[in-house]
Design a protein around this ligand. Structure first.
Ligand SMILES: C[S@@+](CC[C@H](N)C(=O)[O-])C[C@H]1O[C@@H](n2cnc3c(N)ncnc32)[C@H](O)[C@@H]1O
Ligand code: SF4
Length: 378
């Protein structure tokens, strides 16, 4: 039986943060209609999924924790009725700390959700205000403690760096604060200024974003601090305690199969890469119409899959492996990339390993530039 990751998109937020371009709307009153449509879409995949077993589910957003938890529970029931699960699946829900309460957390645990991801971003209340978050540090702490007390044994906390007005010192305070709470996993993202977001036109805030050298130091020093606190870096932006890596996201970075449901969700299954249009109302009106919902779809050739393997695999700290590359794509890693990667090895941005090659921490930080060069994107 082939293993699969399942992604469920919940396109609602209480408030749109100024920097975020993940697909979500604030019309929470549409949640009932949305989850009815989502159920229809998932049910329509029943026969397609009969040969697959789910080993991870990721309920992401948007903010899945801002809707009535009954919708999450029902969605989990629907999923269980269309696909088999492995014995101990990883089931994650993303949350904004400003939206959690006892009833929600208990509902998640009762329907089998065993991993909670919480978006803190910063433990400095001024920085949180600057990026228009709906919670403060103390609100986050109460939610975190509650989740622990009620039984979550696997918690991720999202932290962001390069925020407007952020200093290396305040970032380190955030890191020390989060590690003192002892979560199993920490995601550490550099702020991306996304086109079309309110932040992209807020000149005053943009001027307060730390410059490239400061950002470099923030990344390198924070990564070292996280390691010292017992977290191993396993991907550009991800750190975890031993054996607590996010199974769902690793599947994605290792070019494994996953299927997404809901507007904006992406899938890679049986060599086909496709994503749904970011259109809540279009989705609600025709949830089972694949052709009107799918925005982009491409059957990847084996060569394209090999390129995807390099593109995603070099995000991982372990890098890419020659044996796996040969086995999956029938190609020789050294022949395809040996010469191109040498330049970056000389610059100390990459290293050969006993299995293939990987990027160094400094290389991970500029991975987009390295990848577009070695994969010949122009
Ligand atoms: C889809 S959000 C879900 C979490 C939840 N909605 C929240 O904000 O608390 C996942 C994470 O992506 C990160 N993120 C969102 N926009 C970003 C951006 N422009 N640059 C870097 N990280 C970003 C944040 O750390 C956020 O917690
Ligand atoms: S960061 Fe989270 S809460 Fe803010 S708009 Fe994006 S998905 Fe919504």
């Amino acid at each position: 039986m082939k293993k699969l990751g399942v992604y469920i998109h919940v396109p609602f937020c209480v408030h749109k943060c100024s920097y975020c371009d993940f697909y979500s709307v604030t019309q929470l009153f549409e949640a009932g209609e949305y989850f009815r449509a989502l159920k229809e879409q998932i049910m329509s995949f029943k026969s397609y999924l009969k040969d697959w077993t789910a080993d991870s589910v990721y309920i992401g957003g948007g903010t899945p924790s801002c809707v009535d938890p009954k919708y999450i529970v029902e969605t989990m029931e629907t999923l269980k009725s269309v696909i088999r699960f492995v014995d101990n699946p990883e089931i994650t829900i993303e949350s904004n700390p400003g939206t959690l309460d006892t009833f929600k957390i208990k509902s998640y645990l009762n329907c089998g959700i065993n991993r909670l991801s919480m978006g803190l971003q910063s433990a400095d209340d001024d920085e949180l205000k600057m990026i228009s978050r709906i919670h403060d540090k103390s609100g986050f702490e109460s939610s975190y403690m509650l989740a622990r007390m009620l039984g979550f044994r696997n918690i991720n906390v999202d932290i962001m760096y390069a925020l407007p007005g952020q200093k290396e010192e305040t970032l380190m305070n955030t890191i020390d604060y989060v590690t003192s709470l002892d979560p199993e996993h920490i995601s550490f993202y550099g702020l991306r200024v996304e086109e079309g977001t309110p932040l992209a036109s807020q000149e005053e805030l943009l001027a307060k974003i730390p410059d490239e050298d400061v950002q470099y130091n923030m990344y390198i020093h924070a990564a070292k601090r996280l390691e010292k606190a017992g977290y191993t870096q396993y991907e550009i932006s991800n750190f975890s305690k031993k054996r607590m890596m996010c199974r769902h996201n690793c599947r994605y970075w290792k070019s494994g199969d996953y299927i997404g449901f809901g507007p904006g969700a992406a899938s890679f299954i049986n060599g086909e890469l496709y994503s749904y249009t970011k259109d809540l109302y279009g989705f609600i009106s025709k949830p089972t119409d694949y052709f009107s919902n799918v925005e982009k779809s491409e059957k990847l050739t084996l060569d394209q899959q090999a390129t995807q393997y390099i593109m995603l695999g070099l995000r991982l700290a372990r890098g890419v492996e020659a044996k796996e590359y040969k086995l999956r794509f029938g190609r020789d890693l050294e022949e395809d990339y040996g010469e191109k990667i040498q330049k970056y090895i000389d610059l100390k941005y990459a290293k050969r390993t006993d299995k293939g090659f990987r990027l160094t921490r400094a290389g991970l930080l500029v991975s987009n530039t390295i990848l577009s060069d070695i994969l010949d994107f122009s």
